[in-house]
Each structure stands twice: as C-alpha cells, then as structure tokens.
Ligand binder design. Structure first.
Ligand code: FES
Length: 198
C-alpha cells in the first residue's frame, strides 16, 4: 500500500516535471527570460522531490530501522514529523519519562495530517474536522469525528556505536532503559514491525 502510494506520488511528480518541460518547449518562445528561469527552477524542484521520494521509498523497502534523529531533538510539546513505512507522515515526541513516543500522523477520520503541537491536555489536533488525539494512548477525545486511535509505531534507541539501549515494539513493554544516558549521544529509529506482515 505504502509502495503504491509512493509510486503514485512519484508518477504525479514525474508527470508534473514532464508537463513543465512540454510547456516550456511549446510556449518557451513567448516567455521572458525570467519566466523561463522560473519554469526551469520549478522543473528542477519537482525532479528533486521525485528523487527524494524514491530515496525514502527505497530506504523503507530495504531497512528494518529508519533514523528519526537524536533523542535530544525530540520534544514533549511539539512533535517531529517523519515518514513511516507506509510512506505516510508520522510524529515523534518525548514522553514525561524522556522516552520516545512514535505515532502515525494520519488522522483516522479522513486521513488528514494531524498537527504537531501538543496542548495542555497532552493532545494533538487534526484541523480538518477538529479531532483531538491523546499522544500517550493515541485515542481520540470524546466528540471528535475520528473514532479510532492513531496507531503507535515501534522504536529503538541506539548509542553512537549502534548498540541497542532501549526498544519498544508497539503493544509490548519497554525493553532496556535510558537512565544515566546522554540524550545527545542517542539516536532514535523507527522499527519495521514484521509481526504486521504475517
Ligand atoms: S480528517 Fe481529521 S478530523 Fe477529519
């Protein structure tokens, strides 16, 4: 499903880049130098986006762990966006024990991307039709149009040598501990959950 989404998005980007090329070929002689430059930079941007999309997709097909960032980059009040294994937006937070929380950011109502800002009740907001989700449980608040929780994603924290320090597979208890560790020297990775493939 994620692969298909990436493929479709890639095709759209390639088509858009091709459309810009065709437009330039057909109407180039009627355009000013500045307009031609702008068209070319648009084409380059679309090609770069497509290349980045391909890189992300290949990384997700071939790697069991995807780097999200330093543990010290995560925050309790504002999530960090990243791309999950379904090629969808997801969010990483820090919980009150300084452990990562990874959540899908795809709203379970109609699929909008949920906001990254955490309110004073520990919730994030999907602005499309106003659904609030608790970042600890993923559950939507009563009265939200979304009825299903945002799924938690599995993570692992490694030290600078690549040794696993702590790990939490979605739905399982925490393994390991980050006590007495320097968060500036720890990296957080999204983990491919192979249990979902069986
Ligand atoms: S898509 Fe999120 S509330 Fe409707």
């Amino acid at each position: 499903m994620g692969g298909a989404l990436g493929l479709i998005t890639g095709l759209v980007l390639i088509s858009a880049a091709s459309a810009v090329t065709i437009f330039r070929f057909a109407f180039g002689r009627y355009l000013s130098h500045d307009q031609l430059l702008e068209l070319e930079s648009q084409r380059q941007r679309l090609l770069a986006q497509n290349a980045e999309l391909g890189r992300l997709e290949l990384e997700r097909q071939t790697k069991d762990h995807i780097l999200i960032g330093r543990l010290s980059d995560l925050d309790a009040d504002e999530g960090k966006y990243f791309t999950d294994y379904q090629m969808q937006q997801a969010l990483a937070f820090l919980d009150k024990d300084k452990l990562p929380i990874l959540l899908s950011a795809k709203c379970t109502h109609l699929g909008c991307t949920v906001g990254a800002q955490v309110d004073d009740q520990g919730r994030i907001l999907c602005p499309c039709h106003i659904s609030y989700f608790d970042i600890y449980t993923g559950q939507p608040s009563a009265g939200s149009p979304a009825k299903q929780p945002l799924p938690h994603l599995s993570w692992v924290v490694k030290d600078e040598k690549g040794n696993v320090v702590a790990m939490k597979m979605s739905g399982d208890p925490l393994k390991g501990s980050l006590d007495a560790q320097d968060p500036d020297k720890l990296n957080v990775f999204l983990v491919k959950d192979r249990r979902k493939e069986t």
